[in-house]
Design a protein around this ligand. Structure first.
Ligand code: GSH
Length: 161
């Protein structure tokens, strides 16, 4: 199970960051909240910034949601070992990435963010969650299941964070 999770995370990472192998971490070039704007190619609405971490599957989940909706955003690679001012200001409770900042308002927790993106940009791109309440509940169940597996995987590979 854990190996499969790791392989899934690796392939998602390859999809979002082609040519940047997850296995090369820990990254000697870590930065602390130093903005690294990465040009994204899609049209967006409002000011969207994402505090992320290259290897984080939780961040990848949010990036996939933003891509599905065709939104452009500024991506800010964030050092979660040496937490900087941006992360502490926008996620003072958990101090974790991902954090999506929409017109200055922070959203934390990847599943919360995905649902927010799905609701705010309901008309854009494809729906992320199904419309039917039972199907939605089932999707949330599996998302929570994946979270548990990823957490276990991170415990096995702590250098990945
Ligand atoms: N439940 C959170 C988990 C986020 C999470 O664990 N992020 C990790 C990176 S994969 C983090 O920021 N870790 C920093 C820390 O634990 O201090 C979510 O779904 O967003």
């Amino acid at each position: 199970d854990l190996l499969q999770t790791y392989q899934l995370v690796t392939s998602l990472n390859d999809y979002i960051y082609p040519g940047q192998p997850i296995a090369s971490y820990p990254n000697p070039n870590r930065v602390t909240d130093r903005a690294i704007p990465i040009a994204e190619t899609m049209a967006g609405e409002g000011d969207l910034k994402l505090l992320g971490l290259l290897v984080s599957p939780f961040v990848t989940r949010v990036r996939l949601a933003l891509h599905i909706k065709g939104l452009s955003y500024e991506y800010i690679e964030t050092d979660v070992l040496d937490k900087g001012e941006l992360l502490l200001r926008y996620n003072p409770v958990h101090k974790k990435v991902p954090v999506l900042i929409h017109n200055g308002l922070p959203l934390c927790e990847s599943q919360v963010i995905v649902q927010y993106v799905d609701e705010v940009w309901a008309a854009a791109g494809k729906p992320i969650l199904p419309a039917d309440p039972y199907a939605r509940a089932t999707a949330r169940f599996w998302a929570a299941y994946v979270d548990d597996k990823v957490r276990a995987c991170v415990r096995l590979f702590p250098a990945l964070l």
